[in-house]
Structure formats: C-alpha cells, structure tokens
Design a protein around this ligand. Structure first.
Ligand code: ADP
Ligand code: MN
Length: 495
C-alpha cells in the first residue's frame, strides 16, 4: 500500500453556502468600515495646508511650536553649560553641534552674533571628547570586573556624565545610583549611536532647507497665515526655482478693513539655503539703499532682505501703474502677493505662449513703455528682464521677479539695463516684430541717454565709463550724480 499511509479522507467539509456567507460577511464588514472611516484623501493631491480642519491643524502647529520652544530651552541650557565650562579661558570649546535648533533656523536674534562667532572661529576647539570611539566591544575590561559591585555601579553612574551633552541621563543628584555593567554598556552603546544619528540629522537639516517643500520654520509661518484666516488654503507649489519656491493659495479675510486680500495669492518663499545667494551679492552689496545694513548682517538676514527688496520694488511699480503682482504681506523671507492667473493656473510666461503677430507687437510696445516707466518713474532697472519673467495675462504683459532690481545709479545698474534691453530686443526681433528697436536703440530709449557708439563693444565701454564716473563722484562728493537720473528729481523712496 501507499508508504505514506492512507490519504486522509475526512476532508474538512465546507459547504458552498458557508463559503458564500463568509464572503458576504467580509464584504459587509468592509462596507461598514468604509462607512465608519471614509478613506483619507491623498495628502499630496489636495491642498497641503487648509483652514478647514482648524482643530487638527492647530494641534499640529501647537505641537511644532512646543517642540521648538523645548529645543530652544535645551539650547539655552547648552549655552549656559558652554559658558560655564569656558569661563575666562582663552581656549574655548563649543557645543554648537549639539544644538537642536539649527542656527539658520534659529529665531532669537540675540544668539546670531553668537553663532557667527563660533562658526567662523578658526581656533575653535574640537568637540568635547565624549564617548570613546571604541573600547566597548562586547564585554571588555569594564564588564567582567571582579571589583566590588557597588563601587563599580557608582563609577558607571558617574561615567554617564561623559556621554554627549544631548543625551539625557537625568541628574540623580543626592541619589546613590548604581548602574550594573550590563545596563551601563547598553546605555553607552545607545548614547554613541544617538550621537551619530544626531550628527547626521544636523547635517541633513543644514543641506535640505528647501529642496522641494519648505523647512519647518517656513511651514509654521504658512500655518500661521492660514490659521489667522489671512489665507484660506494653500493649494500647492507653482514653481521651484533656484532661489525661491512659489505656492498658490486662496485668499482669506483681512484683519483690517481697509486692506483687501485678493481671491488668489502667490506665496514666494525665498530659499534659506544660502549657496545660491552668494552669487547675487553684487546686486545688493552695491545698492546704497542697503549699504549700511549689508556689512553687519548674517546670511539669513540677507535672504530676508531679498524678500524685502522685492516687496519695495513691487510697491514702486504698483504706484507707477505697471502691471505686476500686488503685495499682500511680507513675513520674514515669505512674500505674499496677488496671483497672476486664474483658478490655480498661473499665467504663462512670455516664452511659453504663442501670440498672434498683432499681440506680439502690442506686447512689445507695452514692454517698451513699462521699461521707461520703470526707469523714470520707479527709478529702477529690472536686472533680470526676459521672457522668463514676464507673464501674459488678461491680454497684457505683467512683470514679476523684481527682488534683484536696482536703481539706475547702482554701480552696475546700466550694465544690467543693457542686458535687459538685449534680452527684450532679441526676443521680439526673433518673434517677428519688425518695429523692435535693437538693443542699443532700446537702451537709449529707456534711459534717455544718448550713447552713440554703433557697435556693442564701444557701447558697453561707454556704459562702464558712465558708471565709473558716477562712482568717482560718489567717492568725492558722497552723493550720486543726477546726470542719468530722472531730470534731477530726487529718487522716489517708498521705504
Ligand atoms: P524665481 O526667482 O524663482 O525665478 P519668480 O518670481 O520668477 O522667482 O517666480 C517663479 C515662477 O513662479 C514664475 O516664473 C511664475 O511662473 C510663478 N509666479 C511667481 N509669482 C507669481 C504670481 N504673482 N502669480 C502667478 N505666478 C507667479
Ligand atoms: Mn523668475
């Protein structure tokens, strides 16, 4: 017979009806569950900050704020310890790497000087020696000890002081704590891996401050705007550039009667990663409006200044009647303005839109007009004018992205203007507008200067000579020459 024995014939009998009813029961339960817990809409799809579920969103905000407050207190304690250890000593150590709130994110202004000093101090001492790099492999000398258990336990407790300062061990003052070797070693192991983990975290924090989304600080700022009712919903991201991230939002209610928040807003978040801004120094460094402030500032402040600049420049343009976003509010490095576009769809850039030859011609004359207004009435040069920063909306061209705009008397102002003119005239000449002036003619038409050089090289040389003359005048007389400003009128300040 079969060597494996007789097959088990008493198979678990199960009628078709049973199977069916089991399936039915399952289905019923599923239905019930679905009714009780309707599926949560995918977060990525929907608006990522809304004012609708105020309760939960403010809980989150509360939690974030609390955490930040905790972190700040912790850092304050760390700073006190640092001070105590360093005393008057000429050689000092820094706990900076153990801080929770990264200096770039830190909000309190009193520590700004502080971290700058420690960050750039070439004589900064090494990290305090904490846990030894090795020496606790398995059961080393520390463990298989023949010493008295009590003495050893106390020693272990005392040794905990050597863990990284961020490792919470409690103070245990006045208590006769004795840690067994086993516990101590486990703790030590844990402290070490924590230390490494936190080092990694700090590193990450430093580099990722706004890859695609925004850092926690900015997020909190945005939450606050929604919670205050100023914005109704932040729906999503319109653009992530090198220097900024732009979001779309639906406007809410204004706190004050006299100010109306547009139904749709664009939120421009200037990136707090600093690398990109280094090469923009030349715009702001020589801008006398910001001259006094520049030298004393840390990089984070400078980024806020970009946002501030954009706001002031937009306001000037608004006052001159140039189509551009209207400023709603500026908070730190976050600028809220009116949205150019409709129903969450931003107006296309001039480079992305195909215009009829009639519209193209219209756009050209409009831009020529706007450039003159910008120069004469706003006392500004856009300095990044091209088909990338002009939007086509409502049958006309809108200017955006003016954080880098400078006054014409900026040491490189005329060069920037010439570059703008080149972009504009090339775009329209290629676009088939026969009337489009060439870049040199356009430059003269906008600036009112009369540079006669008939080739690019000479033209540029004359521009630079003018700039230099102006700078020399500033050196000698402390004020700008009015030779190429608006008919001797004082520049318009709205600050
Ligand atoms: P960047 O310095 O990153 O170029 P921009 O100010 O040019 O910043 O904004 C980037 C993009 O975001 C723009 O090209 C435009 O498509 C969109 N954008 C910016 N501001 C607005 C606005 N007010 N309304 C609609 N879209 C905007
Ligand atoms: Mn741009």
């Amino acid at each position: 017979q079969c060597p494996w024995g007789a097959p088990n014939t008493t198979s678990i009998s199960c009628s078709l009806a049973d199977v069916m009813s089991e399936q039915l029961a399952k289905e019923l339960q599923l239905e019930e569950e679905n009714a009780a817990f309707p599926e949560v809409v995918a977060v990525a799809e929907g608006p990522f900050i809304t004012g609708e579920n105020i309760d939960t969103s403010s809980d989150l905000m509360l939690a974030q704020m609390l955490q930040m407050e905790f972190d700040r207190e912790y850092d304050a304690q760390l700073r006190r310890e640092e001070k105590k250890i360093n005393g008057d000593s000429k050689v000092s150590i820094s706990f900076e790497n153990y801080r929770k709130v990264h200096p770039y994110d830190s909000d309190s202004s009193e520590d700004e000087v502080d971290w700058q000093d420690t960050r750039h101090d070439p004589y900064r001492a090494d990290k305090p020696t904490t846990t030894p790099r090795k020496g606790f492999v398995g059961k080393g000398k520390d463990i298989t000890t023949k010493h008295d258990e009590v003495v050893c336990g106390r020693k272990n407790t005392a040794r905990m002081e050597n863990f990284a300062p961020e490792f919470q061990v409690g103070d245990g003052i006045g208590m006769d704590l004795k840690l067994s070797n086993q516990v101590f070693n486990a703790l030590k192991q844990h402290a070490y891996s924590e230390e490494r983990r936190s080092a990694r975290l700090h590193e990450k924090k430093e580099h990722s401050t706004a890859e695609k989304a925004v850092d926690p600080k900015t997020r909190l700022l945005l939450y606050k705007m929604v919670n205050a009712g100023m914005l109704e919903t932040i729906t999503g991201c319109i653009s992530t550039g090198k220097e900024s991230v732009v979001f779309h939002a639906y406007g809410g209610k204004s706190a004050t009667e006299d100010k109306v928040i547009p139904p749709e807003c664009a939120i421009k978040v200037f990136k707090t990663t600093l690398n990109e801004f280094k090469n923009r120094d030349k715009y702001i460094k020589d801008d006398y409006r910001f001259k006094d402030r520049f030298s004393k500032l840390n990089p984070r402040k400078i980024i806020r200044m970009w946002a501030e600049k954009e706001m002031h420049n937009l306001t000037r343009m608004q006052n001159a009647g140039i189509p551009c976003p209207q400023v709603v509010i500026l908070k730190k490095h976050v600028l809220v303005m009116s949205f150019i576009g409709q129903d969450q769809v931003p107006a296309p850039k001039l480079k992305d839109v195909t215009l009829s030859s009639e519209d193209m011609k219209k756009a050209y004359y409009q831009i020529l007009n706007m450039m003159q207004q910008l120069y004469k009435e706003c006392n500004l040069v856009h300095a990044d004018l091209s088909e990338y920063n002009m939007l086509w909306h409502d049958g006309k061209v809108w200017l955006i992205d003016v954080s880098q705009s400078v006054e014409p008397t900026h040491p490189h102002g005329l060069e920037f203007l010439f570059r703008d003119c080149r972009n504009v005239s090339q775009f329209f000449q290629k676009g088939g507008v026969a009337e489009a002036l060439n870049e040199r003619e356009l430059f003269n038409a906008v600036s009112g200067l009369n540079i006669t050089a008939d080739n690019e090289v000479d033209f540029q040389a004359e521009i630079e000579a003018l700039e230099k003359m102006n700078e020399d005048h500033v050196q000698n007389h402390g004020k700008k020459l009015s030779m190429f400003s608006n008919d001797g009128d004082p520049p318009i300040y709205d600050e």
